[in-house]
Design a protein around this ligand. Structure first.
Ligand code: FPP
Length: 244
């Protein structure tokens, strides 16, 4: 019985868009007396597995918080380790997921990254740009406040009055629908400058697991929890029932 509780069934509502704050890679590695960069590599591998699993379940968009603008202030050695992951593994790992017809987008101020890493991201975007329907968004050199300020400046440049919808299209996420479920691993309970505008009606799920140990079953658990919640978008239960 306890097992069934977290099992995905045909009645489970699958979120269209899941966003993930992959926290805890460093702590996971340090606990095993391994360098933090090893934790990031394991985290990246776990993320690919999770993406495959999520797309199999019918999820359409996955957004990953891979590197925040604040993370760019980390020690040089750790940052180089992260950039090396992009240099050595990103293309090969992402191909595993994108070859199923998934479009990759990089969100953030990519110009803050080393040039060769920028090229890798731009090339992956280009290679997958014809794919429609499913998407992976990799937030790198990303900060939600920076994203909002960037969008405001774009709006000011055009001189046109914005609506909620038109403003939303000026964000790095562009046409991508808002996340339905935001998951954060690693025991912290905050959004840390991630998708602040887009998260307005997202369901939030926090896991004590460090990211490398956030298994496919843990993702199922988060989705089952999401499916149990009633999303009212500010309306009453009765209004929601009538619509259904
Ligand atoms: C948080 O762990 C993770 C990061 C700062 C970087 C994670 C990015 C990658 C592994 C590369 C990108 C991956 C994909 C799939 C594109 P932390 O170091 O803050 O952990 P801690 O809280 O335990 O210190």
């Amino acid at each position: 019985m306890a097992l069934r509780k977290n099992k995905i069934t045909k009645d489970t509502k699958i979120p269209r868009h899941i966003a993930i704050i992959m926290d805890g890679n460093g702590r996971w590695a340090q606990k095993r007396l391994m360098p933090r960069s090893f934790g990031h590599k394991m985290g990246m591998e776990r993320m690919i597995g999770l993406m495959e699993h999520a797309f199999d379940l019918g999820v359409e968009y996955i957004t990953v918080y891979a590197l925040s603008t604040e993370n760019l202030k980390r020690p040089k050695e750790e940052l180089e380790g992260l950039f090396n992951l992009f240099r050595n593994h990103f293309k090969e790992y992402m191909a595993r997921v994108c070859d199923r017809g998934v479009r990759l987008r990089a969100l953030g101020d990519v110009s803050l990254l080393p040039e060769d890493v920028q090229k890798i991201l731009r090339q992956s975007e280009k290679d997958t740009s014809a794919f429609v329907g499913k998407g992976i968004n990799v937030a790198v050199a990303y900060g939600a406040r920076d994203e909002i300020v960037h969008a405001v400046n774009k709006a000011v440049e055009t001189g046109e009055k914005v609506t909620e919808e038109s403003f939303s299209r000026l964000l790095y996420t562009g046409e991508v629908p808002d996340p339905d479920l935001i998951i954060r691993t690693g025991k912290e309970v905050r959004l840390s400058n991630f998708l602040l505008y887009q998260a307005a009606y997202a369901e939030l799920y926090f896991s004590d697991k460090m990211f490398p140990e956030f298994s496919d079953k843990e993702l199922d658990k988060a989705i089952v929890e999401f499916s149990r919640r009633t999303r009212r978008f500010g309306k009453t239960d009765e209004q929601i029932e009538q619509k259904e």
